[in-house]
Each structure stands twice: as C-alpha cells, then as structure tokens.
Write a protein that binds this ligand. Structure first.
Ligand SMILES: Cc1ncc(COP(=O)(O)O)c(C=O)c1O
Length: 445
C-alpha cells in the first residue's frame, strides 16, 4: 500500500522531498518537546509533509492511508475549508469576544444549537477540549451556587479522559494522568463493572447504572454538581458503552437534579455516526463539550454548549452576572470560519450518515478477525473501529506493521483503533480493511 507515487483517487502535487530530511529530523529531536511522549521517543521518525483527502505523505514521499487522525472529518486539504479560512483571515482574523463580536462566531453558535436538542442554545468557544472541561465544570458548580444550594462534587468514569489541564485531568484516574498538584474538586470515580470488551453488551447495562447510582448517592448534603461522561471511552480503552446507557443516566441525574455534562470532544460531528452521539438516544444534556471534528483539525476550537436553564442562572451572579472564564483567542474568527465550512461539508456530503454506513461496512470486513489468535474483540461505533488484542505488545506490533504497510492507526493500551477521515470513500474503506487484516494476520502468534 505504501509507495512514493500517489495512490488512485488522490493527487500528489507537492515538490519532491528535499535533501534536508536528516537535518529536519535532527532539529526536531534537538528542539521539539513532544506531547504525551517519553523524552527518549523519536517522533521525528514519522515526519509528515502534506496530505489530500484520507491520504498523507511523509517527507520521503511515502504515502499512508491516515486512520489515526482523531479530529479528521473533511480530510486533508479540503478546498472549501481552505477557502473559508483564507477569506476570513483576509477580512478579520480576530476580535476579543470579551469586548466585541464578529459574524462567524454568531453563525456558528446558531448552527450548533440547530443540530442539538431544543434548549441547547448558548455556546462558549475555547481552544481545546481540556479548556472546554475547565469551563463546563465551572459552569456546573456556578449553577448550584446561583441556586443557593452549593454543590461541587463530580461523578465520572475512572477510565474517562477529559483533558490535560489541572482541573480536567483531575476528573480521571487513568494511568499517566496523575499530577503533582492537589485535585481542585472532589471527584467520585466509577469503575467499569466488567472488562472493556463486554461493556457494550446489554447485560452490562444494569451493573453500570447501579455503579453510577451509588456514586451519585442520595445524601442531600453530598449530591454531585454534575455527572461527566463520554458516550465512548476513547483514551480509557476505546470502550463502547451499551445502548440505552445515556438515556438511563439522564434519568438517574434527573432524580437528584444533578447536571449531565457530556464529553463529545471526540464523538461529535459525525464520528459516532450522528452529528452528536447523544442524538442516538435522544438525550438532552445540560452541557455538552465538543471539539476535534468541529474544524476537522484545521484550527484549534472547542465549543461548550449549555442548556438555557444553566445559562440563565448566571444573571443572578452577584459579582459580574456572567461566566468568569475565557481566553484571548476564544471564538477565533478564522477557526469559526473553518468550523462553518466543515459543517457545510458534513451536512452536504451527509458525513454522519456515511460514517455510520462505512463503519458498519468496515466492521463486517473485520469481524472474522475475532477468530484470529491474539485478537480478543472487534467492535466499533460510527466510524471508530477497534481491534482488542491480548497484550500491549501485540497491539504495538500490529500498529508498527500497519505503518510499514502504509496504514496509520492509533493504539490505546491493548487496543488498535482505526479512525479514518469521514470523507473516506468505499475504496478507501476496503483498503483500510485489507491493510488492517494483513497487519493482524502477519503479527498473529
Ligand atoms: C473524549 C476527550 N475529551 C477531552 C479531550 C481533551 O481535548 P484536548 O486534547 O483538545 O484538550 C480529549 C482528547 O483526546 C478526548 O478524547
């Protein structure tokens, strides 16, 4: 699959790789501090140069099918998004939303509320999912202060992941997320009652709900401000939750007035097979945080959309009557323009529906792998496909083998995960299925 020529369906119009590749890599090793990486890791080993659609090329001209980009909706170099960004940058690249406004931010906030359940009408824009969680938790805790019944405890999955800032990372107890500072809020963590591959089965639902019910509790002096969950546990092991979980969790929250905060940083904008995963179960959250696919990765942007009933309590804030939170670049005009263009593509090309169809086709192709030695489960949601293996070492081998073949995947613990851009076509899906199958079979014990 890998090669220096452009595979069918894509055009490589870039200049040939320069002689400076070694220097480029050496510079990276000397000066770049890579995110979430051991200092000994050499991330320059895969130095990417340019992309088109679902394909990306490294600096040596090797082509890869990119099924590793968590935020990719429109794929690489989508002309519509490029044009929108350039046009907005030339007109007005930025205005500080604490003193002024601009057209794209209003259009985008309106557009998001049109896709969300009624009442989800107020959006705060920030730059990353992590910042989104800092803001969402602040909103939830402020809401209770405004009602005159303070609550600050948060209930969440032990294997949830909501970000890397001090507050957002305090919500998880995933390994490698601990930090040296004290958690700013009390958090109750809910463990999965069964191993990850079994969670999606209907018989896991009662145990899961019982665990959340216990964590919420019934002591009027210790009720949580909010339950914070992802509809699919991404970093926590690529775990698919059972059908009906979100709806039942909404009812559990309602019983004590607890707010439901959904983390759709990863699942929103088509990845789950719907514009938002909560629409699968017709659930209305109190706050929803979305990011990655919002601009398809073209620029950093996250949206914290609150229900009017949460937002409207802020009028009673005794100090400034509003949210005491924001960033200089919140709601950046070029990022909003990129998001509007991304939404145009998502809607016009029916990418959420296509993600559902392509994901089902991919799972059908890959289902036989469940019988391969070393593979313990094959599962998926929308256009997220997961191969669970019996060890981290095997998952690493599959991941590395796929890369040698020209297929970029993600690895989360013992799972190998394929997340291609939502614009991938049927031929791309077949190529992905064949590449993944080959990588699994060639590395089988
Ligand atoms: C579900 C989920 N929530 C929150 C985050 C944090 O987002 P960011 O990396 O943009 O801060 C991530 C990032 O991977 C995520 O997958």
């Amino acid at each position: 699959m890998a090669g220096s020529s452009a595979p069918a369906g894509t055009t490589d119009t870039s200049p040939p790789p320069s002689d400076g590749d070694a220097e480029l890599r050496a510079r990276d090793r000397r000066h770049v501090w890579h995110t979430w990486s051991p200092v000994s890791a050499d991330r320059s080993a895969l130095t990417l140069s340019h992309g088109s659609g679902h394909r990306v090329w490294d600096i040596e001209g090797r082509a890869y099918l990119d099924a590793s980009a968590l935020n990719s909706t429109c794929g690489y170099a989508h002309p519509r998004v490029l044009e929108a960004m350039a046009g907005q940058a030339a007109r007005l690249h930025h205005a500080d939303l604490s003193v002024a406004s601009h057209e794209p931010v209003g259009l985008l906030a309106q557009r998001l509320s049109g896709h969300l359940p009624p009442g989800m009408a107020k959006t705060l824009f920030v730059n990353s999912g992590s910042e989104g969680f800092d803001a969402a938790v602040l909103m939830a805790v402020s809401y209770w202060t405004h009602l005159g019944r303070p609550r600050s405890r948060i209930v969440t999955f032990a294997r949830g992941y909501h970000g890397a800032t001090l507050l957002s990372r305090s919500l998880t107890v995933l390994p490698r997320n601990e930090h040296l500072l004290q958690a700013p809020l009390p958090v109750t963590h809910v463990e999965l009652p069964v191993p990850a591959p079994r969670v999606r089965h209907p018989d896991a639902l009662p145990g899961l709900l019982a665990a959340f019910e216990k964590a919420i509790g019934s002591d009027p002096d210790d009720l949580p401000a909010a339950v914070v969950v992802e509809p699919f546990l991404n970093v926590g092991g690529a775990v698919v939750l059972p059908d009906g979980f979100l709806r039942a969790l909404r009812a559990l929250c309602d019983a004590t007035g607890t707010l439901l905060v959904l983390d759709e940083v990863f699942t929103a904008y088509g990845r789950s097979g719907r514009m938002f995963a909560c629409l699968r179960e017709e659930v209305t959250p109190d706050i929803i945080v979305s990011s990655k696919g919002l601009t398809g990765g073209y620029l950093p942007l996250a949206a914290v959309t609150a229900h009017e009933r949460v937002h409207d309590t802020f009028g009673s804030d005794p100090v400034i009557g509003g949210l005491r939170y924001g960033h200089t670049t919140s709601g950046h005009a070029v990022a909003c323009a990129a998001a509007l263009a991304t939404l145009d593509v998502l809607e016009q090309e029916r990418l959420p529906e296509r993600a559902e169809e392509q994901g089902a086709a991919l799972l059908l192709h890959l289902a036989p792998l469940a019988g391969t030695p070393g593979v313990t489960d094959v599962r998926g949601l929308g256009l997220i496909t997961v191969i669970e293996t019996d060890s981290e070492e095997r998952a690493l081998r599959i991941h590395a083998r796929a890369q040698e073949q020209g297929l970029l995947l993600r690895r989360i613990g013992t799972a190998v995960v394929a997340v291609p851009p939502l614009v991938i076509d049927g031929r791309g899906v077949e190529e992905l299925a064949e590449g993944l199958t080959e990588a699994v079979v060639r590395t089988a014990p």
